[in-house]
Structures are given as structure tokens and as C-alpha cells.
Design a protein around this ligand. Structure first.
Ligand code: SF4
Ligand code: SF4
Length: 184
């Protein structure tokens, strides 16, 4: 895990934008590391959450190229452990938004999955699992992996060919669009 950080550029506008999108006060973090110690995905990432926080505090653009910001599972463990009530998942979410905007996405499979998940929820009011699986396979080009699990699940009807739409889709989509506008 590359916990050491070399800063090459500092952008205070970036820091403000992260705070605006995440609703978190970055300077409240004093780098105790409790978030990273409890994070279930940190051991598999390029940098752990407390380093994401440090880089965000300094407005380092390098954090936009991190895999951690795409693989945060929004599990909330860091939030429950943080002595300063910082929601690191929201910071990761803000960073991934900016990362996409800047064309710096480090994990294209995770980014595609997230995009397709949101698209599926918007179009149907719920997730269509098969669309997500196909999108993930296309993005990763791993067409044969997990077939030993996927085929039995398909045969048991866990991956229906067509998605179902919720009843009050119109109202749901209005709510969805208003939330998206609020995020910008
Ligand atoms: S637990 Fe909170 S204060 Fe500690 S490093 Fe993580 S975000 Fe910062
Ligand atoms: S919300 Fe994200 S950063 Fe926080 S513990 Fe869970 S996976 Fe890690």
C-alpha cells in the first residue's frame, strides 16, 4: 500500500470544491488513521482513506487518480470510527465526481459499474442485475471469469433478462433529477 505521498501540485480551489460536493470540513481531520484501520477495502487499494483525506486537505490533484476513491463501498465504518464525525465516503464520492470530470479515472471497471448502477436505478427505479454484469464484463474484458457462479444463478432466475420498473417511476425520476442537480 503506497501510504507515502509526494505532493507535486496544490490546488486550493480543488479543496473548496471537494468540501462543497461532500459537505465535509476537510481540516477537521487530524489524521489519526482510525478510518483506515477499520476500512474493509483499504488493504486492496493504492492509498488508504486517511491519506485520501490528507491529499484532499492539501488540494493535491494526485488524489483524483486514486483507486481508493472508486472502490469505497460507502459502508460507513470510517464515519462511525472517526472522532471528528467525518464522512470519508462522501469525500470519496466528491473526489470520484471530480475525477470523472477531469478524465482522471483510475479504475474504469468500478467507474463503469457505478455509472451503470445509477443509470439502471434512474431508468427502472431499481437495479437490473444482468445489465450490471454485462457492463462489468465489457469493461474488464474478463468474459469467462465467475461463470461457475453466474450460470447457476442465471438458471435459478437470479438474473432476469428484462428489468422490472417500479410503480411510481415518474415521481421517482423527478426526485432523482432534483437530487442530481443539487449535487452539481
Ligand atoms: S478517522 Fe477521521 S480524523 Fe481520523 S484520519 Fe480518518 S477522517 Fe481523519
Ligand atoms: S465508507 Fe469507504 S472509506 Fe469508509 S470504511 Fe467504508 S469503504 Fe472504507
Amino acid at each position: 500500500m503506497g501510504a507515502s505521498v509526494q505532493l507535486r501540485s496544490i490546488d486550493m480551489d480543488l479543496k473548496k470544491e471537494i468540501e462543497r460536493l461532500s459537505g465535509q470540513k476537510l481540516d477537521a481531520c487530524y489524521l489519526c488513521g482510525k478510518c483506515s484501520a477499520g476500512c474493509p477495502v483499504a488493504p486492496y487499494q493504492d492509498i488508504p482513506p486517511h491519506v485520501v483525506m490528507r491529499m484532499a486537505q492539501w488540494g493535491s490533484k494526485k488524489v483524483l487518480g486514486s483507486k481508493m476513491i472508486w472502490n469505497c463501498a460507502s459502508c460507513g465504518t470510517c464515519y462511525t470510527r472517526c472522532p471528528n464525525n467525518i464522512d470519508v465516503a462522501r469525500v470519496c464520492g466528491a473526489l470520484s465526481q471530480i475525477s470523472r470530470r477531469e478524465g482522471l479515472v483510475a479504475d474504469k471497471v468500478a467507474a463503469t459499474l457505478r455509472e451503470k448502477f445509477v443509470e439502471s436505478v434512474k431508468n427502472n427505479g431499481r437495479v437490473h442485475e444482468l445489465s450490471l454484469v454485462v457492463a462489468m464484463k465489457m469493461a474488464s474484458r474478463d468474459y469467462l471469469g465467475d461463470l461457475d457462479i453466474g450460470i447457476p444463478m442465471f438458471l435459478k432466475g437470479k438474473f432476469p433478462l428484462f428489468g422490472h420498473k417500479i410503480k411510481d417511476l415518474n415521481n421517482f425520476q423527478k426526485l432523482f433529477d432534483s437530487k442530481k442537480k443539487g449535487d452539481k
